[in-house]
Design a protein around this ligand. Structure first.
Ligand code: SAM
Length: 244
């Protein structure tokens, strides 16, 4: 059974304070890059795995998507998404994305932002997404970067040469990591970049794009606190297409 930390009242309160929670996609640093990896939204059926407050679902509909289904384990996240959305073309459902019960070939796009590093079996997700997508459909997702999920006790160190160093421990040891993030005891799943890519390829996807997101100089000027992110990319972004 997954942890469902987002329904913990203190965690939910802390997460709600984040810029991306308050401002939606405009507050998501990696969104400008993620957006370039998406297909045209006009008329397509979209599934959002781990939809959170539903910002992507609302954007997809504004861009012309025929329908969006957002799934999330957390009742609190889904309740907030429903409060923020008044669009009959968007449906939110409390669901564990490890057990998706939806018909085959029913979406042109499966999207997921920063949810799949909570999932133990990424291969099972790839198999499910392949089944749900029509031929040529896209699977576009972001996760916490494996450099970030690898260490169980992360922290910056100063290298003698003056650059910031992020110690990476046990990179090749995949699996559960218990971290202090918003509150102690948050469980995430670490896997390597090779695992993300090879699972995708092994499940009949073509790799279209892989990005290790870091801030642009313009973003650093606007948000000086993002400067450290150039030393350790926080997000991995991947776009795939279901082979015909
Ligand atoms: C960091 S939030 C991202 C929310 C949203 N996608 C965004 O980018 O703003 C991760 C979300 O994944 C959800 N999640 C984690 N494990 C899940 C699971 N097994 N099934 C469904 N949702 C899950 C959490 O409840 C949370 O809402």
């Amino acid at each position: 059974m997954p942890q469902n930390i987002y329904d913990d009242p203190d965690f939910f309160e802390g997460y709600s304070q984040f810029r991306r929670s308050r401002e939606g996609l405009a507050g998501a640093a990696e969104w400008p890059v993620m957006q370039t990896m998406l297909p045209p939204m006009q008329g397509i059926r979209v599934l959002d795995l781990g939809c959170g407050f539903g910002a992507f679902a609302r954007w997809a509909r504004e861009m012309g998507a025929a329908s969006v289904l957002g799934l999330d384990l957390s009742e609190k996240m889904i309740a907030r998404a429903q409060e923020l959305t008044s669009d009959p073309g968007v449906t939110y459902r409390v669901a564990n994305i490890e057990k998706i019960d939806l018909p085959d070939d029913s979406f042109e796009l499966v999207y997921s932002s920063l949810a799949l590093h909570y999932i133990e079996d990424f291969g099972a997700i790839c198999a499910a997404v392949r089944r749900l997508l029509v031929a040529g459909g896209r699977f576009v997702f972001s996760v916490e970067h494996p450099i970030y999920t690898a260490p169980s006790n992360p922290g910056w160190q100063d290298d003698p040469s003056g650059i910031k160093v992020w110690p990476v421990n046990s990179y090749l040891v995949e699996g559960r990591r218990v971290t202090d993030w918003i509150r102690p005891g948050v469980v995430k799943q670490h896997r390597t970049i090779a695992s993300y890519v090879n699972n995708l390829l092994d499940h009949g996807f073509r790799l279209l794009r892989l990005e290790e997101w870091g801030p642009t100089p313009a973003q650093i000027t606007e948000h000086p606190d993002w400067a450290t992110e150039v030393h350790r990319p926080p997000f991995l972004l991947i776009g795939g297409m279901k082979d015909e």
